[in-house]
Design a protein around this ligand. Structure first.
Ligand code: HEC
Length: 246
């Protein structure tokens, strides 16, 4: 076969193969059932599409927090033991303005979850799918509402007698301290509306932007061994030394 004929044959095969094999991967897996898809399809979007109906109060959430969450995140979600603190670093002025001033403070190297979070749906969704860390997906829907309400109360976003529900959650969004924090005015997502980066490609002796580094407080050093020793043994060593130092 000539080169051009070979190319034509390959092209025809590429066009015909998917049509001929659509839905017919005999012996390879099977079609997912509606209930399997439903089990995976749990995402809650910023416009609350996907949020199941339910409700839970701050007081109920406090009980769940103490029993299921405090051991890792601290009584007031302030602990840096397993992760940067969930709550802290936001002010009443931030709630009014929708932008957390402390995020741009160079002195503040521990950014809490609540400082960065712009959508309450993300908090609900994450707890629903991933927490508690030692038993993900074990909370009932109402429990997720309750424990989310408790965290929102710790951050002074809702009062102590508040009940979070699918009806009240939109009002909470309007008080999220960093709700205006989302921006495309950074290095990403701005090329003709398509995902991309603005940075110039750099393959050697690249400058490091220390201003954007996240640093764990030294009090947590040693909790997970020395990260510097756990990096893959090629390329630049990226982990900092987190071994315990006297
Ligand atoms: C056994 C320890 C443990 C328990 C218990 C636990 N967490 Fe977590 N939590 C973690 C760890 C570790 C992470 C970081 C996980 C990751 O990044 O993969 C995390 C992350 C989170 C985050 C996301 C923080 C962020 O900024 O991304 C939230 C919110 C959270 N936990 C809430 C809860 C709630 C609510 C409970 C109780 C229902 C809970 N956690 C119980 C260990 C725990």
């Amino acid at each position: 076969m000539s080169r051009s004929r070979k190319l034509l044959a390959v092209l025809i095969a590429l066009v015909l193969w998917p049509a001929a094999h659509a839905g017919r991967f005999d012996g390879i897996g099977r079609v997912a059932t509606p209930s399997e898809i439903a089990a995976w399809d749990t995402d809650v979007r910023p416009d609350f599409q996907g949020l199941p109906p339910g409700a839970g109060s701050v007081a109920q959430g406090e009980k769940i927090w103490v029993a299921r969450c405090a051991s890792c995140h601290g009584e007031f979600a302030e602990s840096p033991a397993v992760f940067p603190p969930l709550i802290g670093g936001t002010t009443r002025a931030d709630i009014e303005q929708g932008r957390v001033a402390g995020l741009s403070a160079a002195s503040e190297n521990s950014k809490t979850t609540m400082m960065k979070l712009s959508t309450v749906s993300t908090l609900w969704d994450y707890i629903h799918r991933a927490m508690p860390f030692d038993a993900p997906k074990s909370l009932k829907v109402d429990d997720v509402y309750a424990v989310t309400a408790f965290l929102l109360n710790l951050a002074d976003i809702v009062p102590a007698d508040f009940t979070l529900s699918d009806k009240t959650i939109a009002g909470v969004q309007a008080r999220m301290p960093n709700r205006r924090g989302n921006t495309t005015e950074h290095g990403m997502l701005r090329v003709d509306g398509k995902p991309d980066v603005l940075s110039k490609a750099c393959m050697s002796d690249c400058p490091v932007n220390f201003g954007s580094m996240v640093v764990l407080p030294s009090t947590v050093n040693g909790l997970n061994g020395n990260l510097a020793e756990q990096n893959r043994p090629y390329g630049a060593i990226r982990g900092i030394d987190t071994g315990r130092h006297p």
